[in-house]
Design a protein around this ligand. Structure first.
Ligand SMILES: C[S@@+](CC[C@H](N)C(=O)[O-])C[C@H]1O[C@@H](n2cnc3c(N)ncnc32)[C@H](O)[C@@H]1O
Length: 266
């Protein structure tokens, strides 16, 4: 049942990390309104990384929020991982997780280990914690999104980002600028592994509804190609899984995707 909510943006309000995790990541089934969305994302991330084709020294995850599951999939193939977010609350939550004071990754990462059983959840989580060298403030809407030491000026071998770009801006023009800003942090030839939703106008955390960029699949492809990415694969939810529900209280996305792209020389 819908309750009173406030429509806002991430620039005005930071969501509560605990509420976000309990709403969307308390089990691999995800939120009941989002159909098979979470499993689709996890399958897509696992597929993107498990062959080892995407590899390098430095990996950046943009807009990690309280959930470093994207970096969990990438960790075996990189040496130094930077997690980043706009919200101080999320950065503090991630630091507590790294320090062993919070243990919230089990429900999601046990599934990742089940579909890619190279080693146990505990071993992979320890590896990820060991490789996370920085947990830093980032604003992907700025032309230099990473202004904190020691990552200011660093170019990364690969970037991951999940559900952040569409939440960071509202207009398509601003979305495209964020893609340009992100691209400036990636070396030429480096990979971008992106998880996102299509045709969404909001998602909800607690009493707040966060505005999102409404973007179609065609617009998405157009923007990344114009910003100098070659799209290697783009899987979308509606082609493979059951449809999203008719009534929306928590988010109104119509489709979701996992994209692997490469920054090309220009
Ligand atoms: C929907 S959450 C996604 C969190 C996590 N990556 C996931 O997949 O569940 C969106 C995240 O983007 C972050 N964010 C919003 N605006 C941002 C910006 N301008 N730069 C970087 N991160 C931003 C928010 O603080 C939030 O943690």
């Amino acid at each position: 049942m819908s309750t009173e909510t406030v429509l806002t943006t991430h620039k005005d309000v930071s969501f509560d990390p605990e509420t976000y995790v309990s709403t969307y990541y308390s089990s691999v089934a995800g939120h009941e309104e989002e159909g098979d969305g979470l499993r689709f994302f996890l399958d897509g991330l696992s597929d993107a990384f498990k062959s080892g084709a995407i590899t390098g020294i430095r990996l950046l995850d943009i807009g990690t929020g309280p959930m470093p599951h994207t970096a969990f999939c990438a960790a075996p193939w990189f040496e130094e991982i930077t997690l980043s977010d706009f919200s101080q609350k999320n950065l503090e939550f991630l630091q507590k997780w790294k320090d062993g004071k919070i243990n919230h990754m089990g429900p999601v990462c046990e599934y990742l280990v089940q579909i890619d059983p190279a080693s146990s959840f505990e071993k992979r989580q320890d590896e990820l914690k060991r490789k996370v060298k920085n947990i830093v403030k980032c604003d992907v809407t700025q032309s230099n999104p990473m202004v904190s030491a020691p990552v200011d000026g660093v170019v990364f071998d690969a970037i991951t980002s999940s559900l952040c770009l569409e939440a960071a801006s509202i207009t398509l023009e601003d979305y495209a600028k964020s893609v340009r800003n992100l691209s400036g942090l990636l070396k030429c030839g480096g990979h971008l592994v992106l998880v996102g939703v299509l045709e969404e106008t909001f998602y909800r955390v607690g009493d707040f509804r966060f505005k999102c960029t409404y973007i179609t699949k065609d617009q998405l492809q157009d923007i990344y190609q114009k910003e100098g990415f070659e799209i290697i694969s783009l899987k979308d939810l509606n082609e493979t899984y059951s449809a999203h529900m008719e009534e929306y209280d928590y988010s109104d996305f119509k489709n979701a995707f996992v994209m692997v792209a490469r920054k090309v020389e220009r």
